[in-house]
Design a protein around this ligand. Structure first.
Ligand code: COA
Length: 417
């Protein structure tokens, strides 16, 4: 028996850019047969976006489409529609993240797909949810971060709303969609019916901003937020402010300079002052007198001096690299981490050993690095294979659908594949 739990699940991957492809790539790692349907000639726009090697699929594409097969198909041509109909009859899931209404305009509404295959699960990413007053908008990553509350709560209080480098709008939405698809597959085992699964980028961003909605309600009631840097010296308006690098929970934290920060943009650590760790922190800093000092002994007492405390820690860090500092602090059970650059992460031996950073062979570009599965199983080690070339599996997929050699040649001649 296969140890890939999704083996036997066939997915029509009508996705492009990042949100949809991140979802289907993960399902492919776990064993699903993911057939990426792409427009003949051009394919997913990310194949050619931000290329680092002329005429070779860009990393943007290769890093989001591993373990898939590529079928080129012009679904606006009658011959292409016929192929898609056959594929729908034989598949379990169709995933798409077209602009609003595109699938319907193509002639494949949920109703039509359901007629063709009542067991089919149709999973969609859109910028805004169905019925939302912005549901006609096309949406990209940073648009979603602004619409979902991340931008208004990220950055510095005296600066503009700021987006995160993490793909909260794109890959995060894809991960939500994967949960929805797996839930619908389990639901189908119970009912025998497929269903429509829809995730909006705005909703997915907001889901990750849950604690900021918590803070809005606390602010409404209290007029201040005790863990924000604005408290107690600054002022609050009636909206959750941007808190710089403050921690989102009850533990104050900050990004602190280490040795070399003047020339190295990442010579910093994130340091968290957790209640239980206060005594060890004082010991580590050589300030044992702070342990019992009423000005410092409780989180509430510390808050008015929190920036002075961080300045003291920075002075202690001045002759230590970020790695040396963490090696000392970890002995005191203090939650902290070096701020790691992409270069450091790419070379990290632990991430390489766990498969989180994976080196993948590719037919045209040699090997490239990708982020492998962040989910680890005891009985499954996802093997990451290179992304497919455009149309690499067209004939193979058509043959599996029952097309003979001459019919395949005719589809090529009609430029439908
Ligand atoms: N054969 C024929 N036509 C195809 C096709 C194929 N294989 N694949 C796509 N198309 C057509 C679509 O049918 C659509 O045609 P229509 O608008 O004439 O009906 C057209 O290509 C464009 O699709 P669309 O998805 O709207 O592309 P876009 O480049 O204009 O917009 C996005 C890109 C990402 C903004 C948009 O797809 C979107 O908002 N998606 C939902 C949210 C999302 O996922 N955002 C991106 C996250 S990374």
């Amino acid at each position: 028996m296969s140890n890939k739990p999704l083996a036997g699940i066939k997915i029509i991957d009508f996705t492009h850019v990042q949100a949809g492809p991140a979802c289907t790539q993960m399902l492919a790692w776990f064993g699903a047969d993911v057939i990426k349907v792409e427009r003949p000639g051009s394919g997913d726009v990310t194949r050619s976006q931000l290329r680092d090697i002329p005429d070779v699929d860009a990393l943007y594409f290769t890093m989001l489409n591993s373990n898939k097969r590529s079928l080129t198909l012009d679904t606006k041509k009658p011959e292409g529609k016929e192929v898609l109909e056959k594929l729908i009859r034989e598949s379990d899931v169709l995933v798409e993240n077209f602009g609003p209404g595109a699938l319907d305009r193509m002639g494949f509404s949920w109703k039509r797909i359901n007629e063709l295959n009542p067991k089919m699960i149709v999973a969609s990413v859109k910028g805004f949810s169905d019925g939302h007053h912005y549901d006609d908008l096309k949406v990209y990553e940073n648009v979603a971060q602004c619409a979902g509350g991340a931008a208004s709560t990220t950055g510095w209080w005296d600066g503009p709303p700021t987006v995160s480098a993490a793909a909260l709008g794109d890959s995060n939405t894809g991960m939500h969609l994967a949960i929805g698809i797996l839930t619908a597959i389990i639901g189908r085992q119970q009912t025998g019916r497929g269903q429509k699964v829809a995730v909006s980028m705005q909703d997915s961003v907001l889901n990750l901003c849950r604690v900021k909605l918590r803070d809005q309600q606390r602010l409404d009631r209290l007029g201040y937020l005790e863990e924000y840097p604005q408290y107690p010296h600054g002022t609050f308006s009636d909206v959750v402010p941007r808190g710089g690098n403050a921690g989102g929970g009850g533990q104050p934290g900050w990004v602190l300079k280490c040795k070399g920060w003047e020339t190295d943009p990442n010579a910093y650590i994130y340091f968290t002052i957790q209640g239980h760790a206060w005594a060890p922190i004082c010991e580590a800093l050589g300030r044992p007198e702070w342990i019992k000092d009423p000005n410092y002994s409780t989180p509430k007492a510390r808050q008015p001096h929190i920036m002075d405390i961080f300045a003291t820690i920075e002075a202690w860090l001045a002759d230590k690299t970020k790695f040396e500092a963490v090696d000392i602090l970890r002995k005191f059970d203090i939650p902290c981490s070096p701020v790691l650059s992409m270069k450091e992460l790419a070379a990290d031996p632990s991430l390489r050993a766990s498969g989180t950073i994976a080196e993948v062979p590719h037919k045209e570009r040699g090997t490239y690095l990708t982020v492998g599965s962040p989910i680890k199983f005891s009985d499954l080690k996802p093997e990451i294979t290179g992304s497919p070339l455009l149309g690499e599996h067209t004939d193979e997929v058509l043959a599996e659908l029952g097309y003979g050699k001459e019919q395949i040649a005719a589809l090529h001649k009609a430029e439908a594949v």
